[in-house]
Design a protein around this ligand. Structure first.
Ligand code: AMP
Ligand code: MG
Length: 425
């Protein structure tokens, strides 16, 4: 196993006190050990989980050539190249009730969408252009051989790998697995995530607020984000800013969880005894990231009682908690949960309606409102208050405006990158 020190010492320009967002992401990414334990679940309960096995098709879906339209199944060779052809109606084919015979020369069969194409027939003509009277069916010229026919195995063919281990099981995957007739699937076990807030000033919701106290809101935003990521949660409450309580909490969490997330206590001035404590319990680096908001962050691993947990020490400011979670923790949790491939947040480029002041040398995550202007074009404007303590800005906004490390100020109309909140986790 590579150590954090080995990872950071190979990195050009690694400076824990002025780390770019990209470098911080790269360190996190190369230090993750994904879970590999699988459990078998009934199909519906697998929604939102990570697939633990490749799914290979044992069936052709559809199982037979079938009709894509309501109409008449016939032998293309019977049709006259020019003018109308009159065919004899030999029977019906419905979805779930096939025509048992064979379509003979100059015959046709009335067929419904999804019904098996009868033996002998190769083409379907839609009912709207056909003239049927008694058992005489008049087909106009201009048909194509094989039209309106869905082929056997066109969706899934026997032996084909339909889904790969590491894919997220969403609604389409549930349906695809069901179309193969599978009632259960192997999925990766859920990540166990322990989280707590630190700070002597924090008060519990549902109790009166003493002077100088604030309610602990970070544990609720974290609860929300982690729940959406389908983690198993271990909520450890508020832990006082003293060495003994913190050590006890960290050890309990490290013994039991895959990931520990804390908020508060990693900023300069507070960090001293926490730094000492964390370094003693495991391997943790303390970063000042060149970003706004959310500069301080601690990252690493803590071990206790034979277990090892990844550790994210997030800043205390409520907005900084959400920004650092979305920018670093989310992707890490997805990778740890066994998700394959690129899990970075999708982003789009849109014009910014207002000017934004910025100097190069740090990445900024402004809270933005993406909406359509009168011409129907998507545009983003910065949300009113951008203070890192103002959680209201996260609620008013629907996206981050990402202003890259090297970028300077923005003029109205400049294209900016936007990451949507909805669907982030
Ligand atoms: P810290 O990083 O511990 O210095 O905290 C920075 C700021 O965030 C302080 O104003 C704290 O009061 C506030 N803060 C820290 N933890 C929480 C929390 N769990 N809920 C709400 N505010 C918090
Ligand atoms: Mg604090």
């Amino acid at each position: 196993m590579t150590t954090l020190q080995e990872i950071t010492s190979c990195m050009d320009g690694y400076d824990p006190d002025a780390l770019s967002v990209d470098r911080a992401r790269a360190v996190v990414r190369s230090f993750l050990a994904p879970v590999s334990t699988n459990e078998r679940l009934a199909l519906r309960t697998a929604l939102g989980r990570v697939l633990g096995e490749d799914i290979v098709s044992t069936l052709d879906v559809p199982a037979h050539d079938n009709s894509a339209m309501d109409g008449y199944a016939l032998r293309y060779a019977d049709l006259k190249p020019e003018g109308e052809t009159v065919l004899r109606l030999a029977g019906d084919a419905f979805a779930g009730r096939r025509f048992e015979g064979t379509v003979g020369k100059n015959e046709c069969v009335r067929i419904m969408t999804g019904a098996v194409i009868p033996a002998g027939a190769d083409t379907v003509v839609i009912q709207e252009i056909v003239h049927a009277q008694g058992d005489a069916v008049r087909i106009p010229a201009g048909q194509r051989r094989g039209q309106n026919r869905r082929l056997k195995g066109e969706d899934l063919a026997v032996g084909r790998t339909v889904l790969r281990a590491g894919q997220l099981i969403g609604p389409a995957e549930l349906g695809l697995i069901a179309s193969l007739g599978l009632a259960e699937v192997w999925v990766r076990r859920r990540l166990r995530v322990a989280f707590f807030s630190t700070g002597d000033e924090l008060s519990q919701i549902g109790t009166p607020l003493a002077p100088g106290q604030v309610y602990d809101s970070n544990r609720y935003t974290l609860y929300g984000m982690l729940t959406r990521l389908n983690c198993d949660l271990i909520d450890m409450g508020v832990v006082r800013d003293d060495r003994a309580s913190l050590e006890r909490a960290l050890k309990t969490a490290a013994a039991d969880a895959d990931v520990i997330i804390t908020s508060g206590g990693v900023s300069v001035g507070e960090a001293d005894f926490i730094r000492e404590l964390l370094t003693r319990l495991g391997e943790v680096v303390f970063w000042k990231i060149a970003m706004k908001p959310g500069r301080p962050m601690a990252f690493g691993k803590i071990a206790h009682a034979g277990n090892e947990a990844h550790f994210f020490g997030l800043p205390g400011n409520p907005v900084a908690v959400m920004v650092t979670f979305y920018q670093f923790v989310r992707e890490a949790l997805l990778a740890l949960a066994g998700r394959d491939g690129d899990c970075t947040l999708p982003s789009l480029q849109v014009p910014c309606s207002a000017a934004i002041k910025k100097s190069p040398g740090r990445t900024e995550f402004q809270r933005g409102m993406l909406m359509r202007d009168e011409q129907g074009q998507w545009r983003v404007s910065p949300a009113g208050t951008q203070g890192s303590g103002v959680l209201r800005s996260m609620s008013e906004a629907n996206c981050f405006i990402v202003l890259e490390h090297e970028r300077g100020s923005i003029k109205p109309g400049d294209l900016v990158q936007v990451q949507l909140f909805d669907g982030l986790v």
